[in-house]
Design a protein around this ligand. Structure first.
Ligand code: ADP
Ligand code: MG
Length: 246
């Protein structure tokens, strides 16, 4: 689909794990402020796609640019890139021995070089935004899974990223905690954050996404508005997938 103001562009991206051609000729543009939901069967390359965008994984061919800049290979540029690309995973990976506040402040101090006071102030603002202002002095184990994931979102936002990547952020949560995380994500989307979201939450895709990208076997097979995709999937792979999950 045509994108007005591209923030992320993948051109002819190919990636292999040994013999496995895990990303095949991926061409994908994410516009500034867009919310793109990526769905597809397990093993189709969704996580790998996310991990190539913040250069946790290298690619064999093609180009990836963020805000007009090609992804750096290594060094300082790479740290800056990672700070610009917020990432939230299925497992929240908070530091168990640090308070919620310290978890959100840490990378601000180390990577963004903020003073502790300034970082803590920003952390409190963000904890407020994700509905956890009162939990700042607790430790991760004292929080529910949904609360921990909201801390992880606040931590990623604290770097002032240009884009947020979410890789199945609610898949590890008990059902009653899924909505509190999705609501935070909905609000972020309404506030204009550029987001790439791998999820099986089709309600979120329908209500928050500008586009749905359907992946299968390492390829982006469909890239369409959510109502088109859900009501009229074109490919047999997408029809088959939707018939299993809806
Ligand atoms: P998805 O997130 O859509 O389930 P992944 O991107 O995790 O898919 O994986 C795509 C394919 O790549 C799968 O076949 C998976 O087994 C394989 N794969 C993922 N990570 C690695 C790795 N580090 N080494 C080798 N194969 C991998
Ligand atoms: Mg995955």
């Amino acid at each position: 689909m045509a994108v007005v103001d591209p923030l992320i562009e993948l051109r002819d991206v190919n990636k292999f794990y040994g013999q496995l051609h895990v990303l095949q000729d991926i061409n994908l543009t994410i516009g500034r402020g867009e919310v793109v939901v990526v769905i597809g069967p397990s093993g189709s390359g969704k996580s790998t796609l996310c991990r190539t965008v913040n250069r946790l994984e290298s690619i064999e061919s093609g180009t990836i640019t963020i805000d007009g800049q090609p992804l750096p290979e290594e060094g300082k540029g790479l740290a800056a890139l990672r700070a610009d690309v917020g990432m939230v995973f299925q497992s929240f990976n908070l530091f168990a021995h640090k308070t919620v506040l310290a978890n959100v402040s840490l990378a601000q101090i180390k990577v963004r070089r903020r003073k502790k006071d300034e970082a803590d102030r920003r952390s409190r603002e963000l904890l407020e935004r994700v509905g956890l202002a009162s939990q700042a002095d607790k430790y991760p184990a004292q929080l529910s899974g949904g609360q921990q994931q909201r801390v992880a979102i606040a931590r990623a936002l604290a770097m002032d990223p240009k884009v947020m990547l979410f890789d199945e952020p609610t898949s590890a949560l008990d059902p009653e905690m899924i909505n509190e995380v999705l609501e935070v994500m909905q609000q972020l989307a309404r506030d204009g954050m550029t987001m790439v979201v791998v999820t099986h939450e089709m309600g979120f895709a329908r209500s928050a996404a500008n586009r749905v990208v359907f992946m299968a076997d390492g390829r982006c097979i469909e890239d369409r508005a959510p109502e088109d995709f859900f009501n009229h999937p074109e490919s047999d792979r997408a029809k088959d997938f939707l018939s299993k999950i809806l």
